[in-house]
Design a protein around this ligand. Structure first.
Ligand SMILES: Cc1cc2nc3c(=O)[nH]c(=O)nc-3n(C[C@H](O)[C@H](O)[C@H](O)COP(=O)(O)OP(=O)(O)OC[C@H]3O[C@@H](n4cnc5c(N)ncnc54)[C@H](O)[C@@H]3O)c2cc1C
Length: 468
C-alpha cells in the first residue's frame, strides 16, 4: 500500500484533542474568581511562565500573597500542547544565541544550565510525576546538505563545551532505525524530555502548596490604577495588588505593547497509538532520545512513557491580524503532511494509527527568543516570545519578569537580551505579507540544499526572521 493512503488511514481515527491533557488524571478545576481579592503579586496566565513566576515569587518571599488568573485551565495554552523537549537553551538554540548575543554566549549557557538544573530540582522537591528524563538529543540528516550543517554544528557546540558525538548513517540508524537517515549529531548534555501537562499540573499543585491562590476560567480583561496599586479586572471579580506579571505569551492581554514584538504562530502535532513489542523492535530507539531533523522546516519527535511517538513541526502557520482561534488547532493540510512524513521516516510502522492530533500557538519574535517589558511605572512586567523552545526557558523568563517587577537590578536584568527589544514586526497587512514571503523563502531554501535566497539573506543581515 502506498505511504500516502497509510498516512490518511492512520489519521482517520485521530481525536482532535491534545493527548497530554486528554487524560483521566487531569486535576479538578480551580475556582473562578467571583469577588474582589487582594494580593502582593498578581500573575496573569497559568502556563509554565505564570506558574514558575508564582513558585519563584513564593520561594523568594514565603508568605506573600500571590494570585494566578488563568482564562481557561492551567496549561490550556502552549504549555500542555508541546513536544516536551525541555532544553537548557534560553535562546532557541545555541546557534541563534550566537547570532544575536555573541558576547553573552558563555553567560547565557551558564544561566541556561543552572535553569535546567533548577527545574529538575523543583520537580524532585515537589515530587512532581512528569516523566522528566535527562536524555540525549539527536539532530538527524536526511539530505546530503544536512551533513555539512551537522559538521558545522558539531564544531559550534564543542566550542561551547557541549558533549557531542557525530554519527554516520549506520551509527544513527543503530540508535533510531529510519532508512532516511544519512547521519546524526548527538548532544549528550543539558537536555531533557518531560510530560508537559503533568509538569503543568504538578507546578500548579506546587504553587498552591506554597500558598498561591489560583483562579481558573478567570480571564484578565483590563487593568487600571488604584492608588499606588493595580487593579486587574476579570468578568466576575478583580484583584488589587502592588505588582503584576503578565504571562500570556501568544495570547492577547491588556498590555498592547507586547503585540508589536510577539506574534502567534501555529505549530501542529500528531500522537501515535502505543507501539507493540514488534514495532518497538523495528525502530530500536532504546535510548529514547529527542530527535529533530535539520531542515529549516524541521520535524521534532520523541517517545512517550507509554511507547507512543509524538511527531510534530514542519509547518508553522501565521493567521492574519495575529489570528488566534481554536479552529486553527486543526489543520487538514499540515496534519496530513505530518502523517506522510511519519511513514516516510518509519515505513516499518505501516499500520500504526494516530490517536490524537492538535496544534497550538507558539509566540515568536524577530529574534526567536523571549522578550520582556514593563509598564505602569514598573509595577507590571511582561514576558513572551520563546518561539518553539519555551518549556525550559519559561522558568528563566519568569525569573527575569519577577526581577523587573520588583525593581531589582540583577545579572539577568542587565543582559542585552533582556534590556534590548527585538525589532518589532510591521503592522498589518505588511506583517502578514512579510511572514508569507519568509515562509515561502524557507521552503525554497529546503528544496535548494539549504541555500538561502536573497530575501532570507537580507533578513539575516538585519538579524531578523521567522521560525517555529
Ligand atoms: C505545538 C507546540 C509544540 C511545542 N514544542 C515545544 C517543545 O518541545 N519544547 C519547548 O521548549 N517548547 C515547545 N513549545 C513552546 C512552549 O510550549 C512554550 O514556549 C511555553 O509553553 C510557553 O509557556 P507560557 O506559559 O509562556 O505560555 P502558555 O502556555 O501559552 O500560557 C499562557 C496562558 O495564559 C492564559 N491566558 C491568555 N490570556 C489570558 C488572560 N487575559 N487572562 C488570564 N489568562 C490568560 C492562556 O490560557 C494560557 O494558559 C511548543 C509549543 C507548541 C504550541
Amino acid at each position: 500500500m502506498a505511504t500516502n493512503s497509510w498516512a490518511q488511514r492512520a489519521l482517520a481515527g485521530a481525536k482532535p484533542a491534545v493527548f497530554w491533557s486528554d487524560r483521566a488524571d487531569a486535576p479538578a478545576p480551580a475556582p473562578t474568581l467571583r469577588r474582589p481579592d487582594t494580593a502582593d503579586l498578581t500573575v496573569v496566565g497559568g502556563g509554565f511562565t505564570g506558574l514558575w513566576a508564582a513558585i519563584q515569587a513564593l520561594e523568594d518571599q514565603p508568605g506573600i500573597r500571590v494570585v494566578v488568573l488563568e482564562s481557561d485551565r492551567c496549561g490550556f495554552g502552549a504549555s500542555s500542547r508541546n513536544g516536551g523537549f525541555c532544553d537548557s537553551s534560553l535562546t532557541h538554540g545555541l546557534e541563534n544565541g550566537l547570532a544575536h548575543w555573541p558576547t553573552a554566549t558563555e553567560t547565557l549557557l551558564r544561566l541556561g544550565r543552572a535553569n535546567l538544573d533548577a527545574i529538575e530540582a523543583t520537580i524532585e522537591r515537589h515530587q512532581i510525576s512528569a516523566d522528566f528524563r535527562r536524555t540525549h538529543e539527536i539532530g538527524v540528516a536526511t539530505e546530503a546538505w544536512h551533513l555539512d550543517e551537522l559538521a558545522e554544528s558539531l564544531a559550534t557546540h564543542r566550542a561551547a563545551g557541549n558533549d557531542m558525538e557525530l554519527l554516520d548513517a549506520q551509527g544513527t540508524r543503530s540508535r533510531v532505525n529510519s532508512p532516511t537517515y544519512l547521519g546524526g549529531l548527538v548532544r549528550r548534555n543539558d537536555t531533557s524530555l518531560v510530560d508537559p501537562a503533568r509538569l503543568c499540573w504538578g507546578l500548579r499543585t506546587a504553587a498552591e502548596s506554597l500558598g498561591a491562590r489560583i483562579y481558573e476560567r478567570s480571564p484578565a480583561t483590563g487593568i487600571s490604577r488604584d492608588g499606588t496599586a493595580l487593579n486587574v479586572v476579570t468578568p466576575e471579580g478583580s484583584v488589587r495588588s502592588e505588582r503584576v506579571v503578565m504571562a500570556t505569551n501568544a495570547y492577547p492581554n491588556p498590555v498592547s505593547r507586547q503585540r508589536r514584538y510577539v506574534i502567534p504562530v501555529y505549530d501542529h502535532v500528531l500522537m501515535s497509538e502505543p507501539l507493540n513489542a514488534q514495532q518497538l523492535t523495528a525502530i530500536g530507539w532504546e535510548g529514547r532520545e529527542g530527535v529533530g531533523d535539520v531542515s529549516n522546516q524541521f520535524h521534532y519527535y520523541r517517545m512517550t512513557e507509554d511507547d507512543r511517538i509524538l511527531w510534530g513541526g514542519y509547518d508553522a502557520t501565521y493567521h492574519y491580524g495575529n489570528g488566534l482561534d481554536p479552529k486553527h488547532d486543526q489543520s487538514e493540510e499540515t496534519h496530513s503532511a505530518l502523517a506522510e512524513h511519519f511513514f516516510a521516516t518509519f515505513p516499518q510502522l505501516e499500520g500504526v494509527g494516530f490517536s490524537h492530533r492538535w496544534g497550538g500557538p507558539i509566540a515568536t519574535t524577530t529574534k526567536f527568543s523571549a522578550t520582556w517589558g514593563t509598564s505602569h511605572q514598573g509595577r507590571l512586567a511582561w514576558v513572551a516570545g520563546y518561539t518553539g523552545l519555551g518549556v525550559g526557558a519559561s522558568r528563566f523568563g519568569a525569573r527575569v519578569a519577577l526581577d523587573l517587577v520588583q525593581g531589582r537590578t540583577t545579572e539577568l536584568t542587565e543582559l542585552e537580551m533582556v534590556r534590548k527589544k527585538p525589532l518589532p514586526f510591521p503592522p498589518e497587512p505588511v506583517r502578514w505579507a512579510g511572514v508569507q514571503l519568509t515562509r515561502r523563502a524557507i521552503q525554497r531554501a529546503d528544496r535548494r540544499d539549504g541555500k538561502r535566497g536573497p530575501w532570507l539573506s537580507l533578513l539575516d543581515r538585519f538579524g531578523v526572521g521567522f521560525d517555529s
